[in-house]
Design a protein around this ligand. Structure first.
Ligand code: CP
Length: 308
């Protein structure tokens, strides 16, 4: 049964383990690796309109939501530059949401301000999907990360996950930690330079700091033997002072030292932290991960509209 009809998708912590498993299972319906391409998917939400409102830059989230909406038959409105809307004339955020909800059946919103998606949901009487609210939350990213892990690793429990980069600021790590903590036996390792350790609220007894000089990343990961190397860029926009001191790179050499079955994930965009030479490795799943966002977003749009 679909209990997501009319529901907002704001934060990964609003979902139980069972909710997440239901959404991941629903997403398979749109994934040609599980189900032969089904032309009837184009009829799922015919006549419905998605408002895709991006107040800050995006490639994957914006384009995959737009593609997902059209793949299930929806029409599309929205913007990706608020300066080209009446916000430029001084219209408030709340009024912008009120106006857009009058033209749409579901709203997808990315905004730099933490809490903005929740604020939009309080104003809107249509479902609101958070496509990233600053450093706070990006629940559909976490869901597609979970989908990728389940698809490749065949389980969501008893995994050893290394977060490599900036666990202090990187919201994708926070989302993965929160979601995977709902499953038993997972162990988390924050592999970072000193000063970028995970905040207290994203820790439990399964979380361990591995503070290193990032020049020693290869040796550290070889010894750690993770199932998943979850890499993220250093978000320089949140770091005061010289952030280049935190630079690191996962290379062919790093990959060589990992267990045979290990995978390397990254929400993308990458800057320099993944050497493009590793893209051809079967361990590198990040482009598949981005593609999986399409199936998750098709499922979520259909679910909140009550069309499946
Ligand atoms: N992973 C992600 O959210 O990418 P975009 O910023 O390009 O949407």
């Amino acid at each position: 049964m679909n209990k997501f009809k009319g529901r907002d998708i704001i934060d990964i912590n609003d979902f139980t383990k069972e909710d997440l498993l239901f959404i991941l299972k629903t997403a398979r319906r749109f994934d040609p690796d599980y189900v032969k391409k089904d032309r009837s998917n184009y009829e799922i939400a015919q006549g419905k309109i998605a408002a895709v409102l991006f107040f800050e830059p995006s490639t994957r989230t914006q384009q995959s939501f737009s593609s997902a909406a059209q793949k299930i038959g929806m029409g599309l409105i929205g913007f990706n530059d608020p300066e080209l809307t009446s916000i430029h004339k001084g219209e408030s955020f709340a009024d912008t949401i009120r106006i857009m909800m009058a033209y749409a059946d579901v709203m997808v919103i990315r905004h730099p301000e933490p809490g903005s998606a929740r604020k939009a949901a309080e104003v809107a009487d249509i479902p609101v999907i958070n496509a990233g609210d600053g450093p706070n939350s990006h629940p559909t990213q976490t869901m597609l990360d979970m989908y990728t892990i389940l698809k490749v690793c065949k389980r969501l429990d008893n995994l050893k996950i290394a977060f490599v980069g900036d666990p202090l600021h990187y919201r994708a790590f926070h989302g993965q930690f929160s979601a995977l903590s709902k499953f038993s036996g997972n162990k988390f390792y924050g592999v970072s330079p000193k000063g970028l350790e995970m905040p207290e609220e994203f820790r439990n007894s399964s979380y361990h700091d591995v503070v290193i000089d990032m020049k020693n990343l290869d040796k550290t990961l070889t010894e750690l033997k993770p199932d998943i190397v979850s890499v993220g860029r250093i978000p320089k926009e949140y770091i005061k002072g010289d952030a280049t001191k935190y630079d690191f790179q996962v290379t062919v050499n790093t990959i060589k030292g990992l267990p045979r079955h290990a995978i390397v994930m990254h929400p993308l965009p990458r800057v320099n932290e993944l050497d493009p030479k590793i893209d051809v490795s079967p361990k590198a799943v990040y482009f598949k991960q981005a593609r999986n966002g399409l199936y998750i977003r098709e499922a979520l749009l259909a679910l909140v509209l009550g069309r499946i």
